[in-house]
Design a protein around this ligand. Structure first.
Ligand SMILES: Cc1ncc(COP(=O)(O)O)c(C=O)c1O
Length: 318
């Protein structure tokens, strides 16, 4: 085991801003951003990786492993290093590798996987089992932690607003973030702390995602896509998927809240990430700005006066 270092920053406690410049620019009212970009490694993933690392350590593991396209890997490597664990990250060969250096700077060992993202999850899952590493892959035996970790986003929104917003828009890849936030609102509703649950919009890439595709085709049961049905780009990487590990949970949350799911193109993601930077000084990954693009498109259809929170899940790489 490596030596633990002390300066780990906790995740969460992220700000909720009312974005009045954006409201004026887009003719919206009561529009808010829950900004996950201020987490220690810049995305919401810190909420779950810190929990996995604590569990792995408590259970006596010396190594934690996962397949990743970048953001989750950087986050796990950061917490793992601070807790004195080793990290092994499987990075698919199709990945642009923009966060590899950062993962290495946190001491992670990177294994290039000659497959796509979904393939890298399978291979790293097998390696974890064979080597007795803690498996924090999406969809692994430990993945119930993920939904629990993201519930805190809902809890924070409720305490920051004093109530639940009418509409909530969230970027979707595996669907884990959306499903976890829904669980948080549902728990608060069931315990009488809020009197309604937001309508949830799932935003993903026109490059392909099973949650949006299933919703658009009115399927109640998630149908995954074929690998040849997706088109990966540098911008849509965090959202692209032909199998979404928590896609069924996310799809059900969208139906239960009378929400919807929207595809967003790379051009729109780039346009809206620039707009939010220019008007509000919020640096959002283009993939993350899909939540804004989808919310704008939905509000234009159902009424721009609705109170809406968008979850911006990552910052631009600085
Ligand atoms: C910055 C960012 N936003 C959103 C997502 C999508 O989250 P999920 O896979 O939980 O649906 C990811 C996934 O990697 C991400 O990195």
């Amino acid at each position: 085991m490596e030596e633990a270092s002390a300066e780990e920053e906790p995740p969460g406690g992220t700000p909720l801003f009312r974005v009045r410049n954006l409201e004026r620019n887009l003719s919206l009212a009561k529009f808010f951003v829950k900004f996950e970009g201020v987490n220690p490694t810049g995305t919401q993933k810190d909420r779950i990786s810190s929990m996995h690392v604590r569990r792995a350590k408590a259970a006596g593991y010396d190594t934690i492993s996962l397949g990743t396209c970048g953001n989750y890997g950087a986050s796990v490597a950061y917490y793992s290093r601070h807790q004195g664990l080793k990290t092994v990250v499987g990075v698919p060969s199709s990945y642009s590798g923009e966060r590899n250096e950062e993962m290495q700077s946190y001491g992670a060992r990177i294994i290039g996987i000659d497959s796509d993202y979904e393939g890298s999850l399978g291979i790293m899952g097998d390696l974890s089992r064979d080597n007795n590493w803690y498996d924090c892959n999406p969809g692994s035996v430990n993945s119930h932690v993920d939904l629990e970790g993201y519930e805190s986003i809902a809890e924070e929104i409720i305490s920051q607003m004093g109530h639940a917003p009418e509409i909530l828009s969230v970027p979707v890849g595996n669907g884990t973030t959306l499903a976890g936030i829904y669980h948080g609102f549902r728990n608060a509703y069931n315990s009488g702390r809020i009197d309604s649950i937001p309508r949830i919009i799932g935003a993903s890439t026109t490059g392909g995602n099973p949650v949006v595709e299933s919703w658009k085709r009115k399927y109640r049961n998630l149908r995954n896509l074929r690998p040849d049905q997706i088109r990966e780009t540098t911008n849509n990487e965090p959202l692209i998927a032909y199998r979404s590990t928590d896609g069924q949970e996310a799809l059900s949350a969208i139906y239960r809240t009378s929400g919807c799911a929207e595809y967003v193109s790379d051009d729109e993601m780039i346009y809206y990430s620039r707009l939010i930077e220019q008007t509000e000084g919020i640096s959002a990954l283009p993939a993350s700005a899909s939540a804004l693009a989808a919310a704008v498109s939905v509000l234009r259809k159902i009424g721009s006066g609705r109170e809406c929170v968008i979850v911006i899940t990552g910052r631009g790489r600085t």
